[in-house]
Design a binder for this molecule. Sequence first.
Ligand code: AMP
Length: 380
Amino acid sequence: MKEPTLPNSTIGVFGSGQLGRMFAIEARKLGYRVHTYSPDSDTPTGQVADIETQGSYDDLYEVRVFAQSVDVVTFEFENVPSAAVDAAAEFVDVFPSGNILHITQNRLREKTFLASNGFPVTPFRHITTLDELTAGVAELGTPCVLKTAGFGYDGKGQSKIRSIDDIAPAFDLLGGHDAVLEAFVDFEKEVSVVCARDQRGNFAHYGVIENEHANHILDVSFAPAVVDAATFNEAIEIARSIADTLDYVGTLCVEFFLTRDGQLLVNELAPRPHNSGHLTFDACVTSQFEQQLRAVCGLPLGLTEFYRPAAMANLLGDVWQDGEPNWASALMDPAVKLHLYGKGEPRRGRKMGHITAVSRDAASAVRSVRGAREALKSAG
Ligand code: AMP
């Protein structure tokens, strides 16, 4: 067992979005220094980090300089090219490992990993040609979903195939990229397990969180999810087993579909803190971001207990469409907490912040966050 990376050490973070920002806030709370590396400047992470380096992930010289200036590296953005992670790993530990990043940044590799290790996934096919797509649609039936294998998130690079007429246009949209064709899941709900595994293999989880999407983007999450005990236990065991199989170190999110007949299917893995775990920041003894920090630093994990049931609603750029939102009105409910990510341009669909609330039960916490988000649109 290695010596832990102690407070006052510097944590390197690849990526500079809101996940890195909340990670940096937690790291600074514990007295660590944070150095973020990404192609951008004045970023959500950079605004709260000690040092912000603007550099390309392909500039391996700069990546090596960065790695030599920090004590351990983690990431908040999983599409960092493997070469950059390998270059950093020449100098310092990177958690989660480059191998895990390699698996999870490509849907085909991820689904193949899951299926070959016996984890439940919806039937899928690897697609490289129009003929393969035509055959795949015949095998899996309609509707089905075609997704680019690499670099997709929040429904980007996805199309639903409802009939054979959709096959050729969907294939064209791939623009020559590899894809995965998935059978459509007629799910009852979507849930996730946010969990963490430390360097000794200890595991901690936040129970099951329930997620509602709008336009393929997470809209509202709440915890605890409304699921029966058997589903709860199975979701946790699947997450634990995935983390163990990957010899995972850090915070991991396993996203599931819960089918109408009660079956859990893994949709995807996020090798980092996840949007559905943002509510742990306000509602739990130890947030998902602090768990990530503790795990990558070789410290014991913290208690995941919820103070109270909680909910989170995302704030997309759309909230700004009629001008500055009415923040004061949203905060009229004293249970509501506002998180803004320091992003300049409120583009439609861009994640700008979120609202969380705790309450006596999850349903009333959901009412609070939805109500507060509505109040943002009211006249000041
Ligand atoms: P993903 O980027 O794969 O997480 O997909 C984003 C969202 O699209 C999911 O959270 C689901 O709401 C929906 N979706 C993706 N794949 C499927 C599928 N095979 N069947 C039904 N809905 C899906």
